[in-house]
Each structure stands twice: as structure tokens, then as C-alpha cells.
Design a protein around this ligand. Structure first.
Ligand SMILES: C[S@@+](CC[C@H](N)C(=O)[O-])C[C@H]1O[C@@H](n2cnc3c(N)ncnc32)[C@H](O)[C@@H]1O
Length: 208
């Protein structure tokens, strides 16, 4: 939200999901173009935007973040809550980063976060059902050689499984450079604490 307001109130959010971030950002006064490849997530987001009274400031578009259906050029593109981990290899990562760069005006910023699991997290969670929220269980199956996390979720309304692919922060750094970005900052969390090698990294990069 801070980044959106600092950028003058116009932002493209890639992987907008149910609007967890886009709706408060629109409530704060920004105009958000939200892209997602899931019609179901966009439908929930549209309902929530209407309930919050911000549907006029939230422009939802069905599409892939590697080829976002966005002709506008903005000063801020965000991809929050690890959506880039849906990309399965460096080819897809580069395609997505280059597409984000294309959306940016000169001086514009890309902000996103990813994670790289620790050995301890893998050992603690591997193959175990863990209650994440009342009535909602989650199970992580880690593959260290393929660097994949297969995440299963089950709850009263059904169950689902998805795969995420992680790479080390150094790899994100070089992919950003290859895609034509300069890294302005890499934080360890959203409060902008420095990244010191933890699981989460929050990146701010600008078009070179
Ligand atoms: C972890 S959620 C993040 C949602 C939201 N940004 C948030 O912070 O709550 C990831 C979202 O990315 C979407 N997604 C996954 N792969 C995508 C792709 N290739 N193109 C566009 N959206 C994608 C999913 O449908 C999902 O809504």
C-alpha cells in the first residue's frame, strides 16, 4: 500500500487473487489493475471489491502474469505473496520479469516477495497435515532436488493441491539483472528489515 501511494496511486498487481492486498490499496485511494489466471479468485475479488465499495478503483483482468493483458504503463508493478513461485523454471521466471518490466514507465518499480525454505522448516513440516486455521489443514511435501513444494490444503469446502518452485535469492538477483532490472533493495520482511538470509525476501527493483 505504501509503495502504491508513493507511486502516485496507480498500480498493476500480478496474481491479485481475492484482493487481500488490492482492496485495502484501493480503499487507500489507489487505482489497481489486478491480473489473475484464476476466474474463481477473480470472482471472489470482484464480490469483495463491491462489498468494500471500491469496484470503480479495481480493474480486474483474467490473464497470465507472463503475458499480462495490460496496455497501460505504470510506475509500480507488484506481485505479492509469492505468486512468482508458480513459475516452474528460469525461462518462465525471465518471461514474467520481462513482462513486468514492459509495464513500467521510466523509473518505475517492481515489488515482489518470494521464499526459500530452510532445512528446519522442511524437516518440521514435510509430509505432515498441520492445522493452519480452525478447520483448515495444510500439508507440505518438499522435493529438495527439484526444489518444489507440493502444498495440499483441505477444509470443510473441499481440498486442493498445488506445486510451487523455489530458487535461491542469488538466482532472483541475477534473473532480475538479466531481465533489465536494477535491485534497489532486498528486505527480509514487509517492515523493511534487512535481508539476512532468512526464508522470505522482499524485492524492490527498478527498470534500468
Ligand atoms: C498466493 S496467491 C497471491 C494472491 C494475492 N496477491 C495476495 O497477496 O493475497 C497467488 C495468485 O497467483 C495466481 N496465479 C498463479 N499463476 C498465475 C499466472 N501464471 N498468471 C496469473 N496469475 C497466476 C493464482 O491464481 C493466485 O490467485
Amino acid at each position: 500500500m505504501d509503495e502504491a501511494l508513493a507511486a502516485g496511486g496507480e498500480v498493476v498487481e500480478l496474481g491479485v487473487g481475492t484482493g487481500r492486498i488490492a482492496i485495502p490499496t484501493a480503499l487507500a485511494g489507489a487505482h489497481v489493475i489486478g491480473v489473475d489466471s484464476s476466474p474463481g479468485m477473480l470472482a471472489v475479488c470482484a464480490d469483495r471489491a463491491r462489498e468494500a465499495g471500491v469496484e470503480a478503483r479495481l480493474d480486474l483482468r483474467l490473464g497470465d502474469l507472463r503475458k499480462p493483458p495490460v496496455d497501460e504503463r505504470v510506475l509500480l508493478v507488484t506481485c505479492p505473496f509469492r505468486s512468482y513461485l508458480h513459475l516452474r523454471d528460469d525461462g518462465e521466471r525471465l518471461e514474467a520479469l520481462s513482462a513486468s518490466r514492459e509495464l513500467l514507465r521510466s523509473g518505475g518499480r517492481l515489488v515482489f516477495d518470494v521464499f526459500t525454505p530452510s532445512r528446519e522448516d522442511i524437516e518440521e513440516t514435510h509430509g505432515r497435515w498441520i492445522e493452519r486455521e480452525p478447520g483448515i489443514d495444510e500439508r507440505a511435501d518438499w522435493d529438495l532436488s527439484a526444489q518444489t513444494l507440493t502444498l495440499s490444503v483441505r477444509g470443510p469446502q473441499g481440498s486442493s493441491t498445488m506445486t510451487l518452485w523455489w530458487v535461491e535469492p542469488e538466482r532472483w538477483h541475477s534473473l532480475l539483472a538479466e531481465a533489465g532490472f536494477q535491485v534497489v533493495a532486498c528486505y527480509g520482511w514487509f517492515d523493511r528489515r534487512p535481508f539476512t538470509g532468512g526464508e522470505d525476501s522482499v524485492w524492490i527493483a527498478t527498470r534500468t
